[in-house]
Design a protein around this ligand. Structure first.
Ligand code: SF4
Length: 67
């Protein structure tokens, strides 16, 4: 059965300033490539680290929605 806690994650590259915060807070879900963050996977389990990364992004570039 599918988990109820899956979210779709993506980074708006027009907004991301490449601070690297998300990749430090939640390296399982984010990596920096050429100065921009990328979500490693689209639909993922919602974890505390993921929630922290979304909240800690200084420019609110991480978009997440229930998958
Ligand atoms: S925390 Fe936000 S601005 Fe910084 S790299 Fe991640 S998505 Fe980009």
């Amino acid at each position: 059965m599918e988990s109820q806690n899956r979210v779709q994650v993506r980074v708006d590259h027009d907004v991301c300033v490449g601070s690297g915060t998300c990749a430090m807070v939640d390296p399982d879900h984010f990596e920096l490539v050429d100065g921009k963050a990328h979500a490693r996977r689209g639909a993922v389990e919602e974890t505390e680290e993921l929630a922290d990364a979304v909240l800690d992004c200084p420019v609110q570039a991480i978009l997440s929605a229930r998958a």
